[in-house]
Design a protein around this ligand. Sequence first.
Ligand code: G6P
Length: 614
Amino acid sequence: MCSVVGYIGKDYGRNFIIEGLSRLEYRGYDSAGFACLHPENNRLLYCKAEGRLQNLAAKFVTNPIDGHIGIGHTRWSTHGKPTETNAHPQFDCQQIISVVHNGIIENHHQLRVQLLEDGHVFHSDTDTEIIAHLIESLLKKHNDLNRAIVQLVAMLEGAFSFICIMEAYPDQMILVRKRSPLCIGMGDDEMFVASDALAFAEKTQKVLFLQDESFAIVRRNGVEIYDFKEKPLPIMIHELAFDWKAGDKRGHKHFMLKEIYEQKRAIHATVEFLASLQDDLWGHIGLSEEVIYNLERLSLIGCGTSWHAARIAQFFFENICNIPTRIYLASEMRYMPFFRESQSLYIAISQSGETADTLEALRMVSSFNLPTLALTNVASSTMVREADGFLLTQAGHEIAVASTKAFSTQLAALYWLAHRIAYEKKLIDGQAMELAEDDLLIAAEVLENSIENYKFIIQQKLAPFYAQFKQSIFLGRHISYPFALEAALKLKEVSYIFAQCYPAGELKHGPLALIDEHIPVFIFSCQDQVIYRKLVANAQEAKARGGHIVAFCFEGQQELIDLADVPFIFPRCRALLEPLVMSGLMQYFVYEIANVLGCEIDKPRNLAKSVTVE
Ligand code: G6P
């Protein structure tokens, strides 16, 4: 779980690099390092430290190196112990080439043996050092930087991204990407480079995401990009829709509240980002078009909220692109018989891209040589690196443990992807694709407006009232059932109120026995007339037993509105977008209940944001 950051430009780069690394440090690391070229004589200077970034920063007091071109790294050790020597940057024999690297060079042993035979001297146990020595020998052989890189990448196996600076090329930085993300922030006479745009989001909104299997020559005033055969690639600049200010609640009492309110922008950013990838989508994702054309089955894998997003998305893929879709709970999937299905794509859904069960399930699928895609919010995550392809939501940094904007942007991205696959399979035309994008933007609007509509009454009356109950029942049907699961999870996570969720049709098979005036029943409606009628019947059953009904329903659903003690009424929308439209208000309501109870909302007891243990 390493991070790389680089700078080239008019200013000195060290402060930005250390700040950029610290923005990515929530991912965990065990050592750090920095290298730059001396601003006057271009000599390579470096500094490394075990442990936290502060340890590295403390060393700058006595060793205040800095330059107009520099690279930095936080390392999570894979090859070799977390020592200063093994920390990055790593160097060639003469210490004039310096490399920071994410990922793993799988054939490093074999390459090391060859390099040792050729007389190279190694200092570390890392696979990264191989890269510096190989560049050294390839440059001696060819004296042509681009050719050396093309030859280098042909020799390296595995998933990797790295940044290299060299005394011989003091005005350029070399970036290489294969299955591990790298992006460039385009500034004014300066360029910012990182494994995750979060590192430079405060510096520039113009980002160039390096395509898979490509390399870039970055100068302070320009970028050249090539594929691994040295064919020049077009420069595609994306606009970051908003800056990510981690650690700042922007006046909100909790991060969860701030993140609930960021959803409209985050959905917009996700849709705009995905739409901007239209032409080179599959290249960007890292999958071949063939996989998509021949797709006959889909499997979605996740845990927690991401599993709920997967269950909702099952309705997208089955209805929009007619593809039978299986949903796997990652923690269960790994211990069930696995039937290899050809013409299938496996999508791991994970906000963090690090959840251990999802990651292991992904690895299991990969071991069967089946195509995989990671849908995540963290560009530099392990899943991005290990899956064949990846698609990024643009939620920005989510800090509260209970997921809100990551969930809604997952829904938006999956809805978009279902349309894009349908388009590829010629089931819908370009106009329908554009309409789907518009519908997502409208849904984002409604999501936010509905919070505003009910905010006052929730704060004043409803949250204090519902905070008194010790338990609750959640009901949904069809697409609203997985959404009800998510709503129940959200209430449990932040308020510690016991919540049990059922498909509404199961009510009379047991849970009805629980219902009396001491238990609120949350019902999530659908616009489909047949399903709506059934839900009304379920609401009547609960009401007849004294149940207290909170209904999330749509305009014109008068019977349900009349039955409910509290009706939240939403404008009509695309049926498949009902969960997205309702998610903001649902999250806001449970947030306010937890707020009344004085819970530790952002960090609920016993829970972690990223569950990296099984
Ligand atoms: C933890 C978090 C949840 C999250 C789940 C899956 O349980 O508290 O909010 O939904 O992990 O996380 P992921 O990063 O894979 O989406």
